[in-house]
Write a protein that binds this ligand. Structure first.
Ligand code: XMP
Length: 329
């Protein structure tokens, strides 16, 4: 008689045994469903001996780091450190337009920062008699990831590797702890609800590790990040207000690399092009564009034009995957 509640309780017992009375665990959180559920579960099992680390890489959505801190620390009681490394990331991304280079820079810099932080936590633990060494690294791997990494050797493997900060535990000499590895996404969501995680977080669309960097075609500058963030916020806000969020699998605004002519007041401007993307999919391997009502799209375009500086055009991307991908890069 399998229930999620029973699975959760069993998992908590297993984690406690594995980690021991003094053992400590470190893990990265992003504010997404999987890492949040995994973090809360660890907190239930071993309290503050689980150390959650969130790295602000400068290409998160608007106010994301602040909101994650609020939810995890105040809401869920998780022992979280937020590291604002935006300047470091944006400095390294300066002048880089190649999507794969952007991904590499973000992935490698993340690993470096995470290692530094882990060393600090380990050092602090040495001076606390109650705490032992950090032996484990928490990873929010789900069952489909497990299957995919066994059976699939295509380009998506690099995506998963990046997503799960692959290589990090080995490099830091840590053992993996993967409490979600037997679960499907809907089961993780169910566990999240049981653990008291707010419904809007549990139902969140996925967000890629390289963040807005792969939604800003061409160079990533602080100004361009801000434009992408503002446009995205408006789009998602309107989707939520319209009650469409849960009908869509993933939605976002992207900033194109070209400029186009528009009119603001009686002035012709050479402004930015924003592309909106919203897809429906079950497995993210194939996807279709969501069919919004034209009035809805018109309203979003109007708001973005009025509220975001120097936008000349807003487009809606209607291509299916394949031949396109969900992200623009
Ligand atoms: P594509 O664009 O390949 O995206 O159709 C499929 C799913 O994967 C996500 N994605 C990524 N996630 N690192 C990630 O963590 C990446 O480099 C990356 N690229 C794409 C994308 O958001 C979508 O959910």
């Amino acid at each position: 008689n399998w229930t999620m509640e029973a699975f959760k309780d069993k998992e908590v017992v297993r984690i406690r045994k594995l980690v021991g009375e003094k053992g400590q665990v470190i893990g990265a959180v992003s504010g997404g469903v999987d890492s949040t559920v995994a973090a809360k579960l660890m907190h239930e099992a071993i309290g503050d001996r689980f150390h959650a680390v969130m790295v602000d890489n400068g290409v998160l959505r608007m106010d994301e780091a602040k909101q994650v801190k609020e939810t995890l620390t105040k809401g869920l009681g998780v022992n979280l450190t937020v590291i604002d490394a935006s300047e470091r990331f944006l400095g390294l991304l300066k002048g880089v337009s190649d999507p794969e280079k952007k991904r590499k820079i973000i992935g490698n810099t993340f690993i470096g920062i995470f290692e530094e932080e882990a060393k600090k936590i380990a050092k602090a633990a040495e001076s606390t008699p109650k705490a032992g060494k950090i032996e484990y690294f928490l990873q929010g791997t789900l069952y489909p990831d497990v299957i995919e990494s066994i059976s699939f050797k295509g380009p998506s493997q690099t995506i998963k590797t990046h997503h799960n900060v692959g290589g990090l535990p080995e490099k830091m000499n840590l053992k993996l702890i993967e409490p979600l590895r037997e679960l499907f996404k809907d089961e993780v969501r169910k566990m999240g609800v049981d653990l008291g995680i707010p419904a809007d977080l549990v139902g969140r669309h996925p967000f890629p590790g390289p963040g807005l960097a792969i939604r800003i075609i061409g160079e990533v500058t602080p100004e361009r990040v801000q434009i992408a963030q503002q446009a995205d916020k408006i789009f998602i806000e309107e989707i939520r207000n319209e009650g469409l969020y849960d009908k869509i699998s993933q939605a976002f605004a992207a900033l194109m690399n070209d400029k186009s002519v528009g009119v603001v007041g009686d002035q012709r401007i050479h402004g930015h092009i924003i592309a909106l993307r919203a897809v429906v999919t079950t497995d993210f391997m194939t996807a279709k564009a969501y069919k919004f009502h034209p009035d809805f799209l018109e309203r979003v375009a109007e708001r973005i034009g009025n509220e975001v500086q120097n936008v000349a055009r807003v487009t809606y991307e209607i291509t299916s995957k394949p031949p396109s991908t969900i992200e623009f890069e």
